[in-house]
Design a protein around this ligand. Structure first.
Ligand code: PMP
Ligand code: GLU
Length: 400
């Protein structure tokens, strides 16, 4: 019999990881699966980054790194913020972590006291509420609506803020909705945060470069420079540089918090993998010439999948502005019956049906706090998207 912690009974496994693992297992067992579940670029890591990792390995960069990260990478992160976001940090404001995911986790563990509240607008990236719970905090979920582009409004934030609020977690561009916050909206949200001295913002900017059309990205700190010390920016190389498996992320914020996060790191993972950190220096210092073709490919897929999903009876999908996910509503399909007479009771049933009857893997919206939606990653080839949406059209068309 396992004796697990009480806190674990309130934490769910990551639904995104579960869905991609399941798709992989079914495929390995011989099933014909098209996966729209994985939140990772299908591109290979650029060659110059692999060369930098090889060089690091061959030159003996194989030992422990400092818990906060190698100084060279922390400095490259400082340069990145100056160049891309016009934000001035020092090395002491930067911590290197095992992926952006661990940057968020370490930030929460280092800053939350029992019962501190963390405001999370839904739909949210699956891991935020569970990470808050694991760190002893209380997630306060604030629903946003499709009509307002799934963006948190100032009035909704005002209603959720309390003396117990420690953080607001923002994610722009958003996983799963693809929405992007405007400079002005961030400013309004920041004005409310400023009124609560204990509150700050964790700004997850991991999709900053994946923005389409005429929209452009604004970092929370660019919109609210007065909140520089009260913001923890989280970012990483996973998405921009197609480096999901390398596990390198980073956070930038007030030096006391960064020190606290480094203590957490020193007592858990020790540090992010040393030679991967050297590869990340090459990535962050690069001229990014590899990136535009990748972004254009995502843009083409984005437009394709949105049109194709809207062409399926029962689905409706807004055009995402960033990241690489479409997040259609499937509300009209809930309550319909399968051929065997069984009712599709919710979005999870619908994803199971899509997987079993059409071999299409997606993640159900409820995992992101937004029932009656499906998350479809378009980080896969156009051929896959064509095949997946054709299969969904026929499978969903068979529901009565
Ligand atoms: N934030 C968001 C919004 C994400 O979608 C992801 C997904 N990978 C992460 C953080 C974590 O990224 P990683 O740990 O691979 O850097
Ligand atoms: N962030 C990606 C996703 O949402 C990768 C999986 C994960 O880290 O949860 O699918």
């Amino acid at each position: 019999m396992s004796h697990l912690s009480e806190i674990l009974s309130r934490v769910r496994p990551s639904a995104t990881i579960a869905a991609s693992t399941r798709a992989g297992e079914l495929r390995a067992a011989g099933s014909d699966i098209v996966s729209l579940s994985a939140g990772e670029p299908d591109f290979d890591t650029p060659r110059f980054i692999i060369d930098a990792a090889n060089e690091a390995l061959l030159s003996g960069k194989t030992r422990y790194a400092p818990a906060g990260g190698i100084p060279e990478l922390r400095d490259a992160v400082v340069r990145k913020f100056r160049r891309d976001n016009k934000i001035s940090y020092e090395r002491g404001n930067v911590a290197i972590t095992c992926g952006a995911k661990q940057a968020i986790y370490n930030g929460l563990v280092a800053s939350l006291n029992q019962g501190d509240e963390v405001i999370i607008p839904s739909p949210y990236w699956v891991s935020y509420p569970d990470m808050v719970t694991l760190a002893g905090g209380v997630p306060i979920i604030v629903d946003t609506s499709e009509d307002t582009g799934f963006l948190l409004s100032a009035s909704a934030l005002e209603g959720a803020l309390s003396p117990r609020t420690r953080w607001l977690i923002l994610n722009s561009p958003s996983n799963p909705s693809g929405s992007l916050y405007e400079h002005e909206t961030l400013k309004e949200l920041g004005e409310l945060i400023a009124k609560h001295p204990k509150a700050g913002v964790i700004s997850d900017e991991i999709y900053e470069h994946l923005v389409y059309g005429d929209r452009s990205f604004t970092s929370f700190v660019q919109a609210c420079p007065h909140l520089l010390e009260r913001t923890l920016i989280v970012n990483g190389v996973s998405k921009t540089f197609a480096m999901t498996g390398w596990r390198i992320g980073y956070a930038a914020g007030e030096s006391g918090l960064i020190k606290g996060m480094t203590v957490v790191q020193s007592q858990s993972a020790s540090s992010a993998t040393t030679f991967c950190q050297w590869a990340a220096v090459a990535a962050l210092d690069s001229d990014m010439s590899f990136f535009e073709p990748m972004r254009r490919a995502f843009d083409e897929r984005r437009r394709f999948i949105t049109t194709a999903l809207n062409d399926i009876d029962g689905l409706s999908c807004a055009l995402p502005e960033g990241a690489f996910y479409a997040f259609p509503s499937c509300a009209d399909l809930i309550g319909r019956k399968k051929e065997d007479g069984k009712v599709i009771a919710n979005d999870e049933d619908l994803t199971l049906y899509a997987l079993e009857s059409a071999g299409v893997a997606m993640v159900h919206g409820e995992a992101f706090g937004s029932p009656n939606h499906l998350r479809c990653s378009y980080a896969c080839s156009l051929d896959n998207l064509r095949e997946a949406t054709a299969r969904l059209k026929s499978a969903f068309g068979a529901l009565v």
